[in-house]
Write a protein that binds this ligand. Structure first.
Ligand SMILES: [Zn+2]
Length: 113
């Protein structure tokens, strides 16, 4: 499962931060998933929850926020909002779009104690 390796990557970042900042536990973890990142949110949450026991995110609240997808339309030369990589341009219905935002999965916020 793709999301399991993504969740493992996020946990790795949290563990690194813990080594650096010496906190005990994570109270809340906010992950930002771009609408165009190709991440299945329920699977990601499930993967994070399944990795949590015994790790520093055990018992942490997991928030997943979706960042909107944006793209640059090569036909109309403007930035448009799209919900998926296969969407056409909402203005000209063209398909020459370059995703510019909402393409990443990142750790957005960590509340620790
Ligand atoms: Zn367009």
């Amino acid at each position: 499962m793709h999301e399991l390796s993504l969740a493992g990557g996020i946990l790795g970042i949290v563990e690194e931060a813990r080594t650096r900042e010496r906190f005990e536990r994570v109270k809340r973890l906010t992950v930002e998933a771009g609408a165009l990142a190709g991440v299945e949110l329920r699977s990601l949450r499930f993967a994070l929850e399944s990795l949590a026991p015994g790790s520093c995110i055990e018992g942490a609240a997991i928030e997943i926020e979706v960042a909107p997808g944006t793209a640059w339309c090569l036909a109309c030369c403007r930035s448009v909002a799209i919900a998926s990589r296969t969407d056409p341009c909402p203005a000209c219905a063209g398909h020459r779009l370059q995703p510019t935002g909402g393409t990443e999965l990142k750790l957005r916020e960590l509340i620790v104690q």
